[in-house]
Design a protein around this ligand. Sequence first.
Ligand SMILES: [Fe+2]
Length: 379
Amino acid sequence: MNWEVAIPRRIVFGAGKALTCVPEILALGGRIALVTGGDPRRARWLSQALEDLGGQVLTLTCPGEPSLELLRERLSAARKARVEVVVGLGGGSALDLAKAIAALVPGSDDPLEHLEVVGGGRSIPHPGLPCVTIPTTSGTGAEATRNAVIGASGVKASLRGPQLMPVLAIVDPTLALAVDAHTTACTGLDALAQLIEPLVTRFHTPFSDALCREGIPKSVRSLPTAVRDGADLQARTDLAQASLFSGMALANAKLGAVHGLAAPLGGRLGAPHGELCARLLVPVWKANCKALADRPEGLARYLDAAQLLCDSTHATLDDGLAVLVKLSALAGDRGLSHWGMTRSDIPAMREAGLRASSMKGNPVDLLPSEIDAILEEAL
Ligand SMILES: [Fe+2]
């Protein structure tokens, strides 16, 4: 069996670590692009700390999940300012935009040339700038992955390559203390999906397995607590670790049908990625377990996932499913139809899902009728 490990050069984890790492960021370069969410005031503490130590900061906002147009605009501003380092501070969207900018600034190419699925998909031919990721939600694991999801032509596609991998990831669980309950639930369920899918994928490795086995119990234990009481630092710490581990797991194994379908659904419906993953977790579990019925190896991995979800070596697939049903309910009961999807959209979404890169990691090739059933249940 052959496998490799791709993770950030350095990962710093702990409450309060974001501020203590400021000198380390400046050591990478003095002209800094700071990519934030829609409200740059939330990042003022970091830009101030960087400026206090002599840094020149260009703040670039990322309101919502990044589109190709937004990437082009922010990339051009970063190239013009001749930035030397890119820092992403925010949720998965801001981190992805930061990684994409860092990878592309040194060249002159249009991002579309390198975008998978909808673009040229050509590998980036030059080294990127150093990128530092500081997540403020616990969900996507984008702080530790080598791709960035960009919306283009109604689809979500990835820029991918070693240039996208951050050199430094700073995971400070105190930054997520103010995240609201619904976002906590949706991002936490995204992370849980990113821990289950790399565990059951046919591309699993001993490294990704270890991360999933450590991360799933943390998610199960702390997600309900953090949704109930956002200020619980122990629960936030567990979720921040689960999210980080999920990013490292998916970057080194692959994902599956939850993410294979969430990509085109997100592009088409504009629904938040975490909420889509939360909605798809249960139907995909059911469909995969059924499709794997005569494949003991694949099913054994689902049983492993069930036992981790239940924290019991006696747990069955149905016991695991019951835990998943309960956890998914934390994200509310809005289905795909809430975002405007109808039955007549199912065939197009199924075909787009089959083309999505994440679908290739699913432990079994699902039949069109099986994917339709997943989408029907998620409506
Ligand atoms: Fe995800």
